[in-house]
Structures are given as structure tokens and as C-alpha cells.
Design a protein. Structure first.
Length: 375
């Protein structure tokens, strides 16, 4: 699996809220292939050089500038960090602080200096997971794989006993055979559920509770696994083929089709709920109203366009001043709205533009209606 260092919500909010005039953000292309390591280091070095140029032009104390550049250059020689890489590296640095994140998405190189970190790529990566696990169950055993937004199917290790197959055998008692039971689809239910429970228990130790799980099981074991399952996001639709008959490419495509359908169903239900709540004054697709609502802790859940870009500034009351171009004192408006929603305990999800109602770049469900003089 590709290396990834996505921050928890509390850490992300800490990074978003940090303020210092010598705050540096660098995005550098990278590669998980060891042979590409030197090229990845060169990409980061070029980003550091650009940050040094911008720091020299900014009104930054010399000591602060030198401290930031020293911490960035030290990262180039950090052997442990470079042992495992992904497709992009995001580095945030200020005096006394440097944070580096490896993201599986391919991002364009850039460097910026301002009074805050540009944590938008981290925010979007966290709120656009597009992640699922696939568990394969057959009489040959159990396997677990993961898919992500930019990742192929990657196998994850399961801790299973070497004699897992023995769970499918009928037991004996001191040499005496057990009472005969019918064989076939119903006769060995106890053994099949025991076999499936061993695999299921290993799966839930690996798969996070908030990540969907897709089942690819042989026909005889599929009901047994579902009967003993405890993972709350095991999807109702599974892969309708014997798992041992599928190539990795076929398994990945089938899993992505199921995940896409699941997410579309979720979004369709959300849009229906959004429409009902908007009629009650408890939802909006206006960026202006969403900014005000986010600034007054009124947003319960926010969906925003993953690809929308608009720079500007939002004041404490949520009023927006747009900017034609990015600059040291501007930031992405939607990222700031999303950060304020997270900071007030709301939920945030980045989606594609086609998933949003009205063709707008945001859709917010509110905890309470906005006063007329604030909207």
C-alpha cells in the first residue's frame, strides 16, 4: 500500500489555525518507486528553493527565515522519511515546526509563503476518502485488500491461524462420532459460521469502523459471513462471483462499481434530505450564506466541490472578499468554509461537482436557520 500520513481532524484543525508570517507550504510530486527517490528529493529541493525566494521577498525576520529553511533542508536528509514514499509530498513549515505528509494523489508542484499554512490539499484528501476494503472468503481461506481514490487493489495482511481449514471439519468426541447432521447448504452451518467468524474477527482488527467493507465470498460461505459480521459498514451488495475465480483487475473493478453505487445512493438520499430541509430554511447552496453559517457554528454538514477554486478572504462574521489571484494574504474560500465547519463540530465531505444540487459549489445543512440580517 502507498504511504499516507493523513492527519486526524484535531491535528488538521491545529494546522489550519496556526498563524505565523513565515508559514511555508510546499507541494512536491513524489513516487513510491525506490529508484525514483533522488528525483523526488530534487522536486522537494526545488520547492524549498522557491520558498526561500518568497521568504526573501516577504517581510520576515531573518532568524525566522533561516530557521524555516534549515528545518526544510533537514527533511531532505531524513533517511527514515524517504524510506517510504507516495505520489505527492506536502510539507508545512514555520519557525520551530515542520510537518510532512505523504499523499497517494498526484498533485502539481508549488510553494507558497503567507501568514498561514495552505492545508487545503490535506483537507480535501481527508474529506474525499473514496476508500473501501474487500474481504475474499472461500474454503481456501480469507484475504483482505484495500482500494483508495488513486490506488489500485492492495492486499492487507490478515492474522489467521494456519489450521483455519479445521474449522470446517465436523468435530469428534473421544473417538465417538458426533450425531450425524444433514450435509449441504444447511447441514454444516455451525462449521461455516465458525470458519467465517475467525476471518471476520481478523478483518475488523484491520478495517476502520468508518470505512466500507465489500464481501466477495463463495456461495456457501456468503450467508455465514454475513451472519457473524460485526463491521457496521459491510455493504449489502457484494461481489457476485467466486473470489478465487477473479483476477486482481476484475476484483478491483467489481469493488469500485459497488463503492460507486453505494456512494451515489448515499448522495441521492442526502440531496433528497437537503431539499426537504431547505424548504424549512435549514439548508443552503449559497456560498455567501454557507460562509456566514460556518462562521456562526450553524452548519451541521457541508458538501463542497472538490475541484472548485476561488481565492479570497472571509472575515470573522463570514463575509467574503474575493480575490482574482492567490496571494500571501488570501486563501481558498471553500477550504476556509470547510475548516470553520470542522472547527464547530460539523461534518465535511468533498464531492464532485455533479454530486451537488443546483450546480453550486457548496451545499450546507444547518443546525438552525440563519437570521435574515445575516443571510
Amino acid at each position: 500500500m502507498l504511504a499516507s500520513d493523513l492527519p486526524e481532524t484535531a491535528s488538521l484543525l491545529d494546522l489550519i489555525g496556526a498563524r505565523h508570517p513565515a508559514s511555508v507550504t510546499i507541494v512536491a510530486p513524489s513516487s513510491p518507486i525506490p529508484a525514483d527517490r533522488r528525483h523526488a528529493q530534487l522536486q522537494l529541493r526545488e520547492g524549498i528553493d522557491e520558498a526561500a525566494r518568497q521568504l526573501a521577498e516577504a517581510e520576515v525576520d531573518d532568524a525566522d527565515r533561516d530557521a524555516v529553511l534549515a528545518s526544510l533542508r533537514a527533511l531532505l536528509d531524513d533517511e527514515e522519511f524517504w524510506q517510504s514514499q507516495s505520489r505527492s509530498t506536502v510539507v508545512l513549515a514555520s519557525p520551530g515546526r515542520v510537518e510532512a505528509f505523504r499523499l497517494p494523489s498526484r498533485l502539481e508542484a508549488r510553494a507558497s509563503v503567507g501568514d498561514r499554512f495552505d492545508a487545503g490539499q490535506l483537507l480535501r484528501a481527508v474529506s474525499f476518502p473514496r476508500r473501501a476494503f474487500v474481504v475474499q472468503v472461500s474454503r481456501e481461506g480469507g484475504r483482505l485488500s484495500e482500494i483508495g481514490p488513486d490506488l489500485g487493489l492492495t492486499e492487507r495482511r490478515l492474522e489467521l491461524p494456519d489450521d483455519l481449514w479445521a474449522a470446517l471439519e465436523h468435530t469428534t468426541t473421544e473417538g465417538q462420532r458426533d450425531m450425524p447432521r444433514p450435509q449441504g447448504t444447511t447441514g454444516d452451518r455451525i462449521e461455516r459460521e465458525k470458519f467465517s467468524r475467525i476471518i471476520q474477527d481478523a478483518v475488523v482488527r484491520v478495517v476502520p469502523a468508518d470505512v466500507p467493507l465489500i464481501l466477495a465470498a463463495s456461495q456457501d460461505l456468503e450467508p455465514a459471513y454475513r451472519a457473524v459480521n460485526t463491521h457496521r459498514l459491510l455493504l449489502e451488495r457484494g461481489i457476485d462471483a467466486h473470489p478465487d475465480s477473479l483476477s486482481s483487475a476484475d476484483l478491483e473493478q467489481a469493488a469500485r462499481d459497488i463503492l460507486d453505487a453505494h456512494e451515489q445512493d448515499e448522495l441521492a438520499q442526502w440531496r433528497e434530505r437537503f431539499g426537504s430541509l431547505r424548504a424549512q430554511g435549514l439548508a443552503t447552496s449559497s456560498v455567501r450564506e454557507a460562509a456566514v453559517a460556518a462562521s456562526t457554528a450553524a452548519v451541521d454538514e457541508l458538501l463542497f466541490d472538490l475541484g472548485f477554486e476561488q481565492e479570497g478572504v472571509i472575515d470573522e462574521a463570514g463575509h467574503i472578499t474575493r480575490a482574482p489571484d492567490a496571494g500571501p494574504s488570501t486563501y481558498a474560500i471553500l477550504d476556509e468554509i470547510a475548516a470553520r465547519v470542522l472547527g464547530s463540530g460539523g461534518r465535511v465531505r468533498a464531492v464532485r461537482s455533479t454530486d451537488l444540487p443546483d450546480g453550486a459549489p457548496v451545499a450546507a445543512v444547518l443546525r438552525f436557520p440563519l437570521p435574515a440580517d445575516l443571510a
